[in-house]
Design a protein around this ligand. Sequence first.
Ligand SMILES: Cc1cc2nc3c(=O)[nH]c(=O)nc-3n(C[C@H](O)[C@H](O)[C@H](O)COP(=O)(O)OP(=O)(O)OC[C@H]3O[C@@H](n4cnc5c(N)ncnc54)[C@H](O)[C@@H]3O)c2cc1C
Ligand code: SF4
Ligand code: SF4
Length: 428
Amino acid sequence: MTDVVATNQTILVVGGGISGMTAALEAAECGKDVILLEKNPALGGRVSQLYRYFPKLCHPTCGLEINQRRIKGNRRVRVMTMAEVTEITGSTGDYTVNVKLSPRYVNENCTACGDCAQAVEGEVPNAFNYGLNKTKVAYLPSAMAHPMRYVLDPSAIGTPDAEKAKAACKYGAIDLDMKEENLQIKVGAVVWATGWQPYDAAKIQPYGYGRFPNVITSVEFERLADPHGPTSGRILRPGDGKEAKNVAFIQCAGSRDENHLRHCSRICCMASLKQTNYVTEKFGDDGKSTIYYIDIRAIDRFEDFYAKVQANPNVKFVKSKVAKIVQDEKSGNPVLHGVDTEGYHRYATEHDLVVLAVGMAPSVPAGKIPAEIVADSSGFIQQDEANGGIFGAGCATNALDVNRAVQSATASALRAIQVVNQVARAEA
Ligand SMILES: Cc1cc2nc3c(=O)[nH]c(=O)nc-3n(C[C@H](O)[C@H](O)[C@H](O)COP(=O)(O)OP(=O)(O)OC[C@H]3O[C@@H](n4cnc5c(N)ncnc54)[C@H](O)[C@@H]3O)c2cc1C
Ligand code: SF4
Ligand code: SF4
């Protein structure tokens, strides 16, 4: 095991999404030493995979870029990517954390020139685009990745592609001898900010996700609309590449349901309202959106955003829990079946594309965190004294929008600072 220089006055932040970045920066800018661990090859989390942010509809890149710049400029934050915590032992003010580092096969000499990607032939599913397209085995995680460094996929190791990538690199950045490493870190407090994952839509059997190519999820729709996404920002349906001008959004897909997630995911109503704007933006008056909903939860300041979408004549609302989807074999169109509860009419309505507003589940449910943590029935971390010096932040604690996730991260950073300050006082 390798030892990393850190003390019990160091704060460990696990998860490099917007919440983890915020917690790390707040603590570091208060003068604390911070280690920020991220399991993916780059920081940014799921926010970096959004096309636009509600309520202002700006691009998430601006918010992320500011944080990246602050991280680059702060020597108190040490970032480790491709890193996962395997064990936490100890107690408040004195934790020992074991970390597994996966090999990237590319070192810090990388200038992101892209020559290695040109040289290789093999491809793997593009995780950043939720597998909607493929990427070369030598790839940049995303257009605005931090660190801005390529990755060589493990599947290339031992194949001619690995040697081709190495030969193509003028900077000596490809290191095929990299191995998995295990680190042991001593820290005083932990901020757990591992965020959320979309509920597995294939489990909602009547909606046919995985069987019908023109039924996709809300997170995939974000990637379709994004100019850096698999279709360069054109809303083309996966089944046949046809423009999807008539889009259905199905709310509560896997949420508020005893058979799936019991909780309301709180964000998916706003996400669908936002996504109707994508349809209008791309197709003007030819773009039609229909939202199938039980009730719309647009809380606080989002009420105005909801009112604006309601005023768009190209957006229709149908109060109904869709019962099932079948596929029209000739057109490939999904056909939605259900009952409109406002008039008790049965419907069988055809759309070009269906977007399932899938629920948000914790990406590491509390039972899988390698430490004893108090959680709610959905696996989100609770604020509880029994957690000692381990504090949940952002979507690891609940389904939250970015604004609330950042507030939660700031609160957790403050709690972690209090712990390491007590350690410092005791040691003085
Ligand atoms: C369809 C959709 C659209 C949305 N649109 C908006 C919007 O427009 N505006 C808005 O305010 N909110 C939006 N949201 C919500 C937004 O995505 C969240 O608020 C935000 O992602 C929360 O950030 P986070 O850092 O808490 O979690 P995440 O973004 O999930 O980041 C968590 C990070 O932790 C890392 N991680 C996970 N497990 C580990 C591990 N074991 N070890 C180390 N690292 C780990 C992950 O790789 C990730 O980088 C949307 C949500 C959905 C579902
Ligand atoms: S690994 Fe080498 S070839 Fe590939 S992007 Fe980095 S510097 Fe360029
Ligand atoms: S936010 Fe809306 S779509 Fe999401 S679970 Fe709650 S009510 Fe359903």
